[in-house]
Write a protein that binds this ligand. Structure first.
Ligand SMILES: NC(=O)c1ccc[n+]([C@@H]2O[C@H](COP(=O)([O-])OP(=O)(O)OC[C@H]3O[C@@H](n4cnc5c(N)ncnc54)[C@H](OP(=O)(O)O)[C@@H]3O)[C@@H](O)[C@H]2O)c1
Length: 367
């Protein structure tokens, strides 16, 4: 190890799509990262719901590789932890005992239960990086201490690898006044809108998105608009507007009437919505418009839902999982500061988390 290289202990919570990809990126880029930044990333703990692997001096590469193999394709660490095949395998409940000052904990789960761990990590002197939106999108009183904490970063919670959150902070730090945030922040719903525009029936577009792995196993988790609403709250709060859930109006991209059905029954019943969505697409087209699922966020509140936009405008031109986010400010007007690019995907999201980890490590050592 280079004498000038500083070790950064990492604790990875969640080894799914993003956690697994991040761990692989860390293993593949460790030498480059150390050479370029002087920081050597050392995973000391990795966990999923089934258990925790821990080694104070850093988990051996063979253990990390075994963890990656065990968790790919939806598997869990259970086989490694439960059978105690690896040194350092423990129950998840031991997590608080592995927290140490200077370490960085990354929440790569989609769990509503990690907030106590995040607070414990910050209290123990750790840095925290979130891919998980849920802790930042609950009641303001609970989210505010996390959002304001100097040792917490959450760039990928909106727009995946696009630097939306950092840009909002930079605008505020330089005294600009944000007035409106508007955009498409769901790759999944963006794909659906583009398919509807091509004339694909709603039920078929949903089935395609599900088959391509763009949706959650239950597509209604995306169609409900809840994920976009969480992002709208995070954008608002980062802009300095302490909005609560009741300040949002959310139009789901499905019908409340289909909410109680099993997944299979919902997929079968989705065709009952084909005509209604086809009619909305046609009505927009007669005005030269297309439909996009848009979040519009102001200091007073946020509207999330299907909106007719100009076909040739930046929102109308979006395809597939692309996101577009326009930041209107006192200085950026009439043209907003706009960010566009992939708003989802394992590689770009994990790389965004990695970038947050490096930035936090630099700040924590005042480099
Ligand atoms: N995919 C994207 O493009 C993207 C973009 C931006 C942000 N995100 C966010 O990134 C997060 C991860 O997404 P993903 O697609 O990787 O999800 P995922 O594949 O479902 O992985 C989640 C992981 O978290 C683990 N987990 C759940 N609860 C836990 C707990 N309490 N303690 C420890 N581990 C726990 C799960 O373990 P088990 O497998 O054992 O249940 C699993 O390993 C989500 O919050 C998502 O919204 C994703």
């Amino acid at each position: 190890m280079n004498r000038d290289t500083r070790e950064v202990p990492l604790i990875l919570l969640g080894l799914g799509n993003i956690g697994g990809t991040l761990l692989r990126q860390i293993l593949e880029t460790r030498a480059t990262v150390a050479e370029r930044t002087g920081l050597r990333l050392v995973p000391i703990a990795a966990a999923d719901v089934s258990g925790l692997l821990y080694a104070a001096e850093g988990l051996p590469e063979a253990t990390l590789t075994a963890a990656l193999e065990a968790t790919q394709d939806g598997g869990t660490l259970a086989a490694l932890v439960g059978q105690r095949l690896l040194p350092g395998a423990r129950p998840l409940a031991d997590l608080p005992t592995v927290l140490q000052p200077g370490a960085i904990l990354a929440d790569l789960t989609a769990s509503p239960k990690t907030a106590p761990t995040l607070h414990a990590a910050l209290a123990a002197g750790c840095g925290v990086v979130l891919a998980n939106k849920i802790p930042l999108a609950g009641p303001w009183d609970e989210a505010a201490p996390l959002l304001a904490h100097p040792r917490l970063r959450y760039e990928v919670t909106v727009g995946a690898g696009l630097p939306v959150i950092q840009t909002l902070h930079d605008l505020r730090d330089t005294g600009d006044a944000i007035t409106l945030i508007e955009g498409c922040v769901s790759g999944t719903l963006g794909y659906l809108c583009a398919e509807l525009e091509r004339g694909v029936p709603y039920s078929q577009a949903v089935a395609q998105a599900r088959a391509l792995g763009y949706t959650e196993p239950d597509p209604r988790d995306d169609l409900s608009g809840k994920d976009v609403a969480r992002k709208a709250l995070i954008l608002a709060r980062t802009a300095g507007w302490p909005l609560e859930e009741h300040h949002l109006t959310v139009e789901p991209l499905c019908s409340e009437a289909l909410a109680g059905l099993s997944i299979e029954a919902f997929m079968a019943a989705a065709a009952t919505l084909d005509a209604a969505y086809a009619a909305r697409v046609a009505a927009a087209q007669t005005q030269g418009n297309v439909l996009r699922y848009i979040a519009r966020v102001t200091p007073e509140g946020s509207a999330v839902g299907l909106t007719a936009v100009e076909r040739d405008g930046p929102l109308g031109a979006l395809r597939g999982p692309a996101n577009y986010i326009a930041l209107h400010t006192a200085r950026y007007q009439p043209l907003p500061l706009a960010l566009s690019g992939p708003g989802a995907g394992r590689e770009v999201t994990a790389a965004g988390v990695l970038s947050d980890i490096l930035e936090l490590a630099r700040r924590m050592s005042n480099v």
